[in-house]
Design a protein around this ligand. Structure first.
Ligand code: NDP
Length: 344
C-alpha cells in the first residue's frame, strides 16, 4: 500500500433532507508516516453508530461537530503496521478513534490494546466496546434491575439493546424488547432469551406491548424516542425509571420534521402522578465510567461462556460506509453495524 483512502465529510446535511450519501466523498491521500511517539495503524473494522448523525450538523450537541473536509469521525479496530512508540509493536491490535480511513498515524498514548484471545477483535466495537459498555453500565447504575422488574428496551436487536436485555435477564429481571420486524423479534426471544419481543411496525403495536407487560414496565431503556416512547408511557409502573439513552427515531437537528412523540405536558403530568425518574446519560459520564472495570470483567466472562450472545452486521469495503451508515436510521442493520476495511 502506498496510498491512503479516506471518506471525508464534505458538507453539512440539508435540514430539509437529513444526511445523504452526497455529504461524503471517498478520496485518496498520501500514506501517513508515524512521528516519534506515534504508530501507523491499518483499519480492520470501522464502527458505524447512530451518534454520527448529530456530529454531521454544525449545531450544539454533547460533543463537537465533525470537521468539514476531514475524515468522518468514528472508532476503529486497527492493526499496528509500524511503530515509533515504545511498548507498541507491529501486529498488535488496538482500538482507535481515527475515523473513516484505511490508515492513520496517531499518538500511541490513549490507544486501547485488544486481547484477541477473549473474543473476535470486532467485538471491541460492539458487545465489548462502547455500545455494550453503555447498555451494561447505564442499566446497572440508573436502572438497578432486580427480580420482579420488567425491563423494556427499544432498538432491542442492536448493539446497545442486546446487551441491555441480556443483562436484565442475567440479573433476574423480565426482559422485553421492541424491534422492527419478525426476524429481529424472533432473534430476541429464540436466541437471546428475551421473555417477549414486540414488532413496532405491527398495526396493533400498542396493544401487543401492553399484553407483553401485564404488570407494567418498571425500567424503560429508551433508545428511540418518538412514537415508540409515546406507546410505552401509559405502561410505566409507579416509581418507574425512564432511561434516555438515544433518540434514533428522531433527527434532533431537523426542527421542521413532524414530531410524533409524547407532548411535554403529558410527560410531566405522568412524571408527577407516577413519581417517575427520568434519567438521561452519556456513557462517558463519571458515574458510568466508574463501572467500566466491572463491565469489562462481567460481560467478557458472559461472552466467553455463551451467556451474552451478540450479532454483527458486517459490510465490506470502506466505500460502503456512507450507505450502510444511513441504513441505521431505517433499521436496515441487523446487529452491530461494522465495516470490514481490511482483512484480519
Ligand atoms: P442499533 O444497532 O440499535 O441500530 C439502530 C437501530 O435503531 C436500527 O437497527 C433500528 O432498529 C432502530 N431504528 C432506526 N430508526 C428507527 C425509527 N425511526 N423508529 C424505531 N426504531 C428505529 O444502534 P445502537 O445500538 O448503536 O444505538 C442504539 C441507541 O443508543 C441510539 O439511539 C444511540 O444513539 C444510543 N447510544 C447512546 C449512547 C449514550 O452514551 N447515551 C451510547 C451509544 C449509543 P429496528 O429495525 O429494530 O427498528
Amino acid at each position: 500500500m502506498t496510498r491512503n483512502r479516506q471518506i471525508l465529510l464534505m458538507s453539512r446535511p440539508d435540514p430539509a433532507l437529513g444526511p445523504t450519501e452526497e455529504n461524503f466523498a471517498l478520496v485518496e491521500a498520501p500514506m501517513p508516516r508515524p512521528a516519534p511517539g506515534e504508530v501507523l495503524l491499518e483499519t480492520l473494522f470501522l464502527s458505524l453508530d447512530p451518534y454520527m448523525r448529530a456530529r454531521m450538523y454544525a449545531g450544539a450537541n454533547y460533543a463537537a461537530s465533525a470537521t468539514l473536509g476531514a475524515p468522518m469521525v468514528g472508532n476503529t479496530v486497527s492493526r499496528i503496521v509500524a511503530s515509533e512508540a515504545e511498548g507498541h509493536a507491529p501486529g498488535e491490535i488496538v482500538e482507535s478513534a481515527h475515523g473513516w480511513q484505511a490508515f492513520a498515524a496517531v499518538p500511541a498514548k490513549g490507544l486501547r490494546k485488544i486481547d484477541p484471545t477473549i473474543a473476535p477483535v470486532s467485538t471491541a466495537l460492539g458487545v465489548l466496546g462502547m455500545p455494550g459498555q453503555t447498555g451494561y453500565t447505564a442499566l446497572v447504575r440508573h436502572g438497578r434491575p432486580q427480580p420482579g422488574d420488567t425491563v423494556l428496551v427499544s432498538a432491542a436487536s442492536g448493539a446497545v439493546g442486546t446487551v441491555v436485555g441480556q443483562t436484565a435477564r442475567e440479573l433476574g429481571a423480565r426482559a422485553v424488547g421492541i424491534a422492527g420486524g419478525a426476524a429481529k423479534c424472533a432473534f430476541l426471544t429464540d436466541e437471546l432469551g428475551f421473555d417477549a419481543a414486540i414488532d413496532h411496525r405491527a398495526p396493533d403495536f400498542a396493544q401487543r406491548l401492553a399484553a407483553a407487560c401485564p404488570e407494567g414496565v418498571t425500567i424503560y431503556f429508551d433508545n428511540t424516542g418518538g412514537p415508540i416512547t409515546a406507546a410505552v408511557l401509559p405502561l410505566l409502573a409507579p416509581e418507574a425509571r425512564l432511561l434516555v439513552c438515544g433518540t434514533v427515531s428522531v433527527d434532533r437537528d431537523r426542527p421542521g420534521q413532524p414530531q410524533s412523540g409524547p407532548g411535554m405536558q403529558e410527560l410531566l403530568s405522568l412524571a408527577l402522578v407516577k413519581r417517575l425518574t427520568i434519567k438521561g446519560f452519556i456513557y462517558t459520564d463519571a458515574d458510568l465510567m466508574a463501572l467500566e472495570p466491572e463491565f469489562r470483567a462481567t460481560v467478557s466472562a458472559w461472552v466467553r461462556d455463551g451467556r451474552m450472545r451478540y450479532r454483527e452486521d458486517i459490510v465490506d469495503g470502506l466505500e460502503a460506509a456512507p450507505r450502510a451508515f444511513l441504513g441505521l436510521f431505517r433499521g436496515a442493520n441487523f446487529g452491530k453495524l461494522l465495516v470490514r476495511v481490511a482483512a484480519e
